[in-house]
Design a protein around this ligand. Structure first.
Ligand SMILES: Nc1ncnc2c1ncn2[C@@H]1O[C@H](COP(=O)(O)OP(=O)(O)OP(=O)(O)O)[C@@H](O)[C@H]1O
Length: 259
C-alpha cells in the first residue's frame, strides 16, 4: 500500500501548469473581545456600541506552488492554520490578502458534515452533496450503488443523517467525494473519525487516485506516520507561518523535533 512516485513524476511531466498557486496569502479573522452567548446579547452590545473586535491573523504570507501529481502532507500543531489554508484552496474562504489560483476540478473533504443536511436521509444527502460537488443527477444515479457499497452503510441509507455517527458520516462524505476522479483531492482530518478498516480503505482509494489517475493530493493529518506513508512532500505550518516546505521525511523529522 504505497504510492508509486515514479509513475507520479511521469504523469506530472504530461502537463506543466501548476495545479495550485498560493501567492502571499494571509488570513485575518475578527475575533470578539468577549464571549457572547446569544444573538440577543450580540445585538444589545452592538446597540450600546460595546462590541469590540481584535484582528487575529490565522495565516501570514503563505506562498506555495503545488505541481500536477504532487502528494502533499500538511502538518502543524493545533490551531496553526492548516484547515484555514485548505478552506482557502477549496474556495470556502476568501483570503484577506494574496491570491490562490486553482487549475482543475477539486474535491474537498474539509469539514465533516459540510454540504450535508442532517434532517435528510443519507440517500437524499448523497444527491445533495453530489450536486454541490457538481455531479449530474444521471451520474449520481449511476454511481449511487458503488458510493453506498464503498461507504458500507447499506442498511442505514434511508436513515436521517442526524442519527449517523461521525465515522458513518465520514464514510459517506469520502465515498461521494471520490466517486469521480478529481484533479485535486483535499483531505482535512476527515478520515480520523473513521475506524482503522475504513481508514485503510480510504488510503487505498487515495493511492489509486494518485497512482493511476495523477490526482494531486493535499492531506492534513496529525498522524506523522500517516503523512510519511501517504505523501512525498510536506508543508509545516506553525502559528500561521510556513516553517518548512520540502521532502516529507525532512519536514516530518524537523516537526517531530519541535519542543
Ligand atoms: N471563523 C473563524 N473565526 C475566528 N477564528 C478562526 C476562525 N477559523 C479559524 N480560526 C482560528 O484560526 C486559527 C487556525 O485555525 P485552523 O482551524 O486553521 O487550525 P488547524 O491548524 O487546522 O488546527 P487543528 O490542528 O486544531 O485542526 C485558530 O486559532 C482558530 O481559532
Amino acid at each position: 500500500m504505497s504510492i508509486d512516485f515514479n509513475a507520479q513524476r511521469e504523469k506530472a511531466a504530461a502537463g506543466d501548469d501548476p495545479m495550485i498557486v498560493i501567492d502571499d496569502v494571509s488570513m485575518a479573522f475578527n475575533v470578539a473581545n468577549e464571549q457572547l452567548n446569544s444573538l440577543k446579547e450580540y445585538f444589545i452590545k452592538a446597540m450600546r456600541h460595546e462590541l469590540f473586535f481584535r484582528e487575529f491573523k490565522a495565516l501570514k504570507n503563505i506562498s506555495v506552488t503545488v505541481q500536477r501529481g504532487d502528494v502533499y502532507g500538511i502538518v502543524g500543531t493545533n490551531g496553526s492554520g492548516k484547515s484555514t489554508l485548505l478552506k482557502i484552496i477549496a474556495g470556502v474562504l476568501e483570503p484577506t490578502s494574496g491570491t490562490c489560483a486553482i487549475n482543475g476540478t477539486i474535491a474537498p473533504l474539509i469539514e465533516l458534515g459540510a454540504g450535508f443536511d442532517p434532517e435528510l436521509t443519507a440517500r437524499e444527502n448523497v444527491y445533495l452533496n453530489g450536486s454541490l460537488l457538481g455531479y449530474s443527477k444521471q451520474f449520481i444515479d449511476e454511481s449511487f450503488d458503488s458510493i453506498v457499497e464503498f461507504a458500507e452503510v447499506g442498511d442505514f441509507i434511508d436513515m436521517p443523517l442526524k442519527n449517523y455517527s461521525s465515522g458513518m458520516t465520514a464514510r459517506i462524505a469520502f465515498a461521494i467525494a471520490t466517486a469521480t476522479v478529481p484533479d485535486i483531492l483535499v483531505v482535512d482530518e476527515a478520515l480520523s473519525v473513521g475506524d482503522f478498516l475504513f481508514q485503510d480503505k480510504c488510503e487505498r482509494r487515495i493511492n489509486e487516485l494518485v497512482n493511476d489517475h495523477g490526482t494531486t493530493l493535499l492531506f492534513v493529518s496529525h498522524s506523522i506516520e500517516q503523512v510519511e506513508r501517504v505523501c512525498e512532500k510536506a508543508l509545516w505550518i506553525e502559528k500561521g507561518v510556513m516553517r518548512m516546505n520540502g521532502p516529507v521525511d525532512e519536514v516530518c523529522e524537523a516537526y517531530r523535533n519541535l519542543q
